[in-house]
Design a protein around this ligand. Structure first.
Ligand SMILES: Cc1cc2nc3c(=O)[nH]c(=O)nc-3n(C[C@H](O)[C@H](O)[C@H](O)COP(=O)(O)O)c2cc1C
Length: 473
C-alpha cells in the first residue's frame, strides 16, 4: 500500500523554481536552438524565401549535399573506457597557427544577403572564439573591413581566379597586404552548378521586388528593414575593380580554363600558406602534395557544383593516409554537428570548415546567431570527446570511428584500386613550387584504410604511429 500524507507547503515551495522570463527576444530565440537544425528552422522563418533557398539549396537534385550529411549520420563511434576525461582540450594547430576548435568558417559569397551583418558577424564571432574566418572573393564585405573586424585573429582569403586574371592578382596582393595568413584557391567551379531553387525563385542580385517577393516579405519585416536601411549589397572587394555590373563580375568569377599554370603563378605571388579547395580524388591530392601546396580541402562546395560528386568525408581516410604526411588535409561539406568534426579529425583530417552551419546561425540572429552556432558545435565536440574518453584532438584515432556501409561504393574501380598502395606511403617530396619546403613539419597521417572503414570494421583500422606528438603544445 502506498503511504500518503497531506502535501507539505514547505516542500512544495522548494519545487517551485520559476525562472524570470527572458525579455530579449533574440536571446530567447537563440537559446531555444539546441542544434544547428534548430538554427536552420529559425533561419527559414526569418529570411525571405529566395535568400534562404540560395543558402540552403545546392545543385541539380541536391543529392551531393544530402549524401554528405547522411555520411556523417552514418558514423559509428567507438569509445574507450576508464580513462580520465575530466579536462578536454580542443585546441589544434592548422597551417602554422592555432585554432581553439578544430573547425573554421568557410568562404561564402553574398553573405550580407542572408543577414545584413554578413561577414562582419562571421569574422567577429570567429575572432571571439579563436577560430579562423575565410572571406570569399564574392564576399559582401571588403578584404580590409574584414581585417578590421578581426584584427588579431586569423583571416583566410578565398580566391576565385577570374577570367580577368589581373583582378584576382590584385586581390591576392590586397589580402597579403592586409595580413591574411592563408590563401584558399577554389578549383571546383569551372562553371556554376545548376542551382534549380534559384532559377525557380527567379533569384537575382540585388533582389527584385515582384508581387511574390512582397507577399513573402510580409512575415519577415526585419530582413527587409535591414536590407533597405543599410548600404547596398555589392561584391565589396571587387567594387573597386572598375565599372562592371554584379552580373558581369559573377560571370567573370568562374573560368573553365584555369589550370596548374595558374596555381604556379598564384603560389609565387602569395607569401603565406596556400590551400587548394575542392579536391575530390586521391590522384589530384597526390599531385598537389608533390607540388608542395600547404593544404588541400576535400570539398564538393557544399553540393553546389557537381551533383553526385564524391562525398568528401568518404575520401578522407584514404587521402589522409596517402598524403597526410605532406599536406594538411582538411574537409568540408555536410557538417551539421560537432560530432561530424570529431569523426573527421579521428579519420585523419587536420581541420574542418563549416559553411551553412554558420549561415543558418547568421540568418537566425546576426552576430549572436553565429556565436550560437559556434557554441553549439563546440559543446557537441567537447561532449563527444568526453564520451569517447579522449582528452585532446591528437588522441582521436581511426579506431574511434567507423563509417557504416550504406553509402559506400559497391566496388572500387580497377584503376582507382591500382592507385592505392596497400601500405602507408612514405612522405612525398615537395617540388620547387613550394614557398617554404624545408621548414614544414610533417603531420603523421592517422587515417585508416577506406575499404575497411567502409565495412564498419573498427578492429581492422591501423593504429596511429606511436611517435605522434601533439603538434599543438
Ligand atoms: C551560400 C553559399 C555560398 C558559398 N560561396 C562560396 C564562395 O564564394 N567560394 C567558395 O569557395 N565556396 C563557397 N561556398 C562553399 C563553402 O565554402 C563550403 O565549401 C560549403 O558551404 C561546405 O558545405 P556546408 O555548407 O555543408 O558546410 C558557398 C557555400 C554556400 C552555402
Amino acid at each position: 500500500m502506498v503511504k500518503r500524507q497531506f502535501p507539505n507547503p514547505i516542500e512544495l515551495a522548494k519545487l517551485m523554481k520559476f525562472k524570470a522570463p527572458e525579455l530579449n527576444g533574440k536571446k530567447r530565440r537563440l537559446d531555444s536552438a539546441l542544434t544547428i537544425y534548430d538554427l536552420k528552422a529559425i533561419a527559414q522563418r526569418r529570411t525571405p524565401k529566395a535568400a534562404y533557398d540560395y543558402t540552403d539549396g545546392s545543385a541539380e537534385g541536391e543529392i551531393s549535399l544530402s549524401r554528405a550529411r547522411q555520411a556523417f549520420e552514418d558514423i559509428e563511434f567507438h569509445p574507450s573506457i576508464l580513462r580520465d576525461a575530466s579536462n578536454v582540450s580542443t585546441t589544434t594547430q592548422v597551417l602554422g597557427g592555432t585554432s581553439a576548435m578544430p573547425f573554421g568558417i568557410a568562404p561564402t559569397g553574398f553573405t550580407r544577403l542572408m543577414q545584413t551583418e554578413g561577414e562582419i558577424a562571421g569574422a567577429g564571432a570567429a575572432a571571439a572564439a579563436g577560430i579562423p574566418f575565410t572571406l570569399s572573393t564574392l564576399g559582401t564585405t571588403s578584404i580590409e573591413d574584414v581585417k578590421a573586424a578581426n584584427p588579431n585573429g586569423r583571416n583566410w582569403f578565398q580566391l576565385y581566379v577570374m577570367r580577368e586574371r589581373e583582378i584576382s592578382y590584385g586581390l591576392v596582393e590586397r589580402a597579403a597586404a592586409a595580413g591574411y595568413d592563408t590563401l584558399m584557391f577554389t578549383v571546383d567551379t569551372p562553371i556554376a552548378g545548376a542551382r534549380l531553387r534559384d532559377t525557380r525563385n527567379g533569384f537575382s542580385i540585388p533582389p527584385q521586388l515582384t508581387l511574390g517577393t512582397i507577399a513573402n516579405a510580409i512575415p519577415r519585416p526585419w530582413w527587409w528593414f535591414d536590407f533597405l536601411t543599410t548600404p547596398p549589397l555589392e561584391f565589396a572587394s571587387l567594387s573597386s575593380t572598375g565599372g562592371r555590373t554584379v552580373g558581369e563580375l559573377l560571370n567573370s568569377a568562374m573560368d573553365p580554363s584555369i589550370n596548374y599554370e595558374d596555381l604556379k603563378v598564384i603560389r609565387a605571388m602569395w607569401p603565406g600558406k596556400i590551400v587548394i579547395k575542392g579536391v575530390q580524388n586521391l590522384e589530384d591530392s597526390k599531385r598537389l602534395a608533390d607540388l608542395g601546396v600547404d593544404g588541400i580541402l576535400l570539398s564538393n562546395h557544399g553540393g553546389r557544383q557537381l551533383d553526385r560528386a564524391p562525398i568528401p568525408f568518404h575520401l578522407l581516410p584514404e587521402v589522409a593516409r596517402e598524403v597526410g604526411n605532406d599536406v594538411e588535409v582538411m574537409v568540408d561539406t555536410g557538417i551539421m554537428n560537432g560530432a561530424d568534426v570529431v569523426a573527421s579529425m579521428a579519420l585523419g583530417a587536420k581541420f574542418t570548415l563549416i559553411g551553412r552551419a554558420y549561415l543558418y546561425g547568421l540568418m537566425a540572429g546576426g552576430r549572436e546567431g553565429v556565436d550560437r552556432t559556434i557554441e553549439i558545435l563546440s559543446s557537441q565536440i567537447v561532449r563527444t570527446m568526453k564520451l569517447l574518453e579522449v582528452t585532446s584532438i591528437e588522441e582521436l584515432e581511426p579506431k574511434h570511428v567507423t563509417q557504416l556501409q550504406r553509402l559506400a561504393p559497391r566496388a572500387v574501380a580497377p584503376s582507382a584500386a591500382a592507385a592505392v598502395p596497400a601500405k602507408r606511403a612514405a612522405p612525398r617530396k615537395a617540388a620547387a613550387t613550394k614557398a617554404t619546403p624545408a621548414t614544414k613539419k610533417a603531420t603523421p597521417a592517422k587515417a585508416t584504410i577506406a575499404s575497411t572503414t567502409r565495412t564498419g570494421s573498427a578492429k581492422a583500422a591501423p593504429k596511429k604511429p606511436a611517435a605522434k606528438k601533439p603538434a599543438s603544445k
